[in-house]
Design a protein around this ligand. Structure first.
Ligand code: URA
Length: 256
């Protein structure tokens, strides 16, 4: 599919072309020019500076240390089995199956969403419903493809009933799994799709509109925040901003 067609499918216009490596940042709108990893300082975009270590709020709701330590030592196969059998929070009660993640385990890019929806719960793969189709189109717009240098995961691995936002206890219970995925993957760039993922990874209140176009850090790994594809499906005008964010991601990766 041509880029022009992809962008049409994304509902985007005018067509902005990415320049190759050196010129990429110059091609971006001013607010999308990369800012060096600034979330280590006090940041008006978020209520607290992003922290590398698990903060008190997470620790308070954290699962017991033995479980977290065991997960932190797992390889992919053990992790998959542990996620499948997990009963650490109430989300296990209504799931059809837990959804670990999908993609290239040597990927440079890690996209983190919120949690599985009905289709993901059915199929056991993240982002396979409508939001997933948009995510695939977004990836294709910057020459990326699911499974090819890209890994996709969620903040929680089991479907929140009715697709509600995961509760803090649920996110906390699931955090060791995402943390282990990040440790195993060692991605070069993390993309937080939407507020729950951004807040979980940055451990701060995040307003997407204010935080986008900047490079934060999660444990030394650059992290960019953008809109969740499901939000974009409901807020079509913001797709243009998502395109800016895609350009920014691409330029940021090229500059790493
Ligand atoms: N939304 C998400 O955040 N993740 C999915 O896997 C599907 C929809």
């Amino acid at each position: 599919m041509s880029r022009a067609r992809l962008l049409r499918e994304l509902g985007l216009g005018p067509v902005w072309r990415l320049r190759e490596a050196a010129g990429a940042a110059a091609d971006l709108p001013p607010q999308a020019v990369p800012v060096a990893h600034e979330a280590q300082q006090a940041d008006p975009m978020v209520n607290e500076p992003a922290q590398a270590e698990a903060p008190a709020s997470r620790a308070a709701a954290a699962p017991d240390g033995d479980r977290a330590n065991a997960i932190a030592a797992m390889g992919w196969d053990e992790l998959r089995a542990a996620v499948s059998g997990c009963r650490a929070c109430g989300l296990c009660q209504q799931r059809k199956q837990a959804v670990l993640g999908v993609g290239d385990v040597e990927a440079d890019w890690l996209f983190v969403g919120e949690g599985p929806g009905a289709e993901e719960d059915e199929r056991g793969e993240p982002f396979v419903g409508q939001a997933g189709k948009l995510l695939d189109a977004m990836l294709a717009a910057i020459d990326l493809k699911r499974g090819d240098d890209v890994y996709i995961a969620n903040t929680v691995k089991c479907r929140p009933p009715g697709n509600r936002t995961p509760e803090p206890e649920e996110t906390a219970a699931c955090w060791p799994f995402l943390a282990r995925q990040i440790a195993l993957l060692q991605p070069r760039l993390i993309i937080a799709l939407g507020r729950p993922a951004a807040q979980t990874l940055l451990q701060a209140e995040v307003k997407i509109g204010a935080a986008r176009g900047r490079v934060f850090q999660h444990q030394g790994i650059p992290l960019i925040v953008t809109y969740h594809p499901a939000y974009l499906l409901r807020n079509l005008p913001d797709k243009a901003k998502a395109w800016e964010d895609l350009c920014f991601m691409r330029a940021t990766m090229q500059g790493l």
